[in-house]
Design a protein. Structure first.
Length: 255
């Protein structure tokens, strides 16, 4: 795992507080695609359990996996009884059970691309569903975005993560759909977008930035300075564009 991937444990409580919840439409999209009841699921990189709760509260027996102990401890405070937890990176998992659903919420880009899809397939029942969702969390007002970018520039050029396979942003099919389409293990690859337009206070927005890996890797004095600069150029409340791109695929059934 990269340094960015290992940076979240120090801010587990802030992550839980400032990261948005996942909408029920995500659950609906996944289960509609499955076409049958989803009874068991394994979650990759569950963090503090935002997506875990979405599925577990609707009757899915979720096993949440997360490599960071602090994040997993925060998750355990918030998930329903019956959620299984495993402290492990995706690459460390061994397929002792197969699941109807394997999913990742804003976490798949941290996994090792080598053997990624064969490992996912090994965790799925034949015909089982893989789901991944994520997307940038951006200021909706272009003028505010430009002001924040200028305030951040002396310390950080960008706070976003580029496409893991280099797919340009304007392409119709985005990553990981691009990889799933090429994988021998999966079929029926679909992509959909769930619109989200949350609003938050300026302080909540900076709180959210405090959980973003690019900022977490800055030395503490620089991080405090850049957050102060950003706070000074923000209005009292900001609107965000936080669309979730959902990718779905089905584990091939052997001939």
């Amino acid at each position: 795992m990269s340094g960015r991937a290992r940076s979240f444990g120090a801010v587990a409580e802030a992550y839980e507080r400032f990261r948005p919840e996942y909408p029920v439409e995500l659950y609906d999209t996944v289960t509609a695609y499955a076409g049958r009841p989803v009874r068991t699921a394994l979650e990759i990189g569950a963090g503090t359990g935002k997506a875990t709760r979405l599925f577990a509260r609707r009757g899915v027996r979720v096993t949440a996996t997360e490599p960071d102990g602090a994040m997993l401890a925060e998750l355990r405070k918030h998930v329903p009884a019956g959620v299984g937890t495993v402290r492990a990176a995706f690459e460390e998992l061994r397929p002792v059970e197969r699941y109807g659903l394997v999913y990742a919420a804003a976490a798949l880009h941290w996994t090792d691309p080598r053997g990624r899809w064969s490992r996912v397939a090994a965790l799925l029942e034949p015909g089982g569903v893989f789901a991944s969702c994520g997307g940038p969390f951006r200021l909706a007002d272009p003028a505010v975005e430009r002001a924040v970018r200028a305030a951040r520039a002396p310390f950080l050029e960008s706070n976003e993560i580029p496409s893991p396979d280099g797919t340009p942003p304007g392409e119709d099919m985005r990553w990981p759909g691009t990889e799933l389409q090429q994988s021998e293990w999966f079929t029926d690859v679909r992509q959909s977008v769930l619109a989200r337009r949350p609003t938050m206070s300026a302080h909540e927005y900076v709180g959210h930035l405090s959980t973003v890996s690019a900022y977490l890797l800055l030395p503490a004095p620089e991080r405090d300075e850049v957050f102060g600069r950003i706070l000074r150029v923000l209005p009292d409340r900001v609107e965000m564009t936080a669309d979730l791109t959902v990718h779905l695929a089905r584990r091939r059934v052997a001939d």
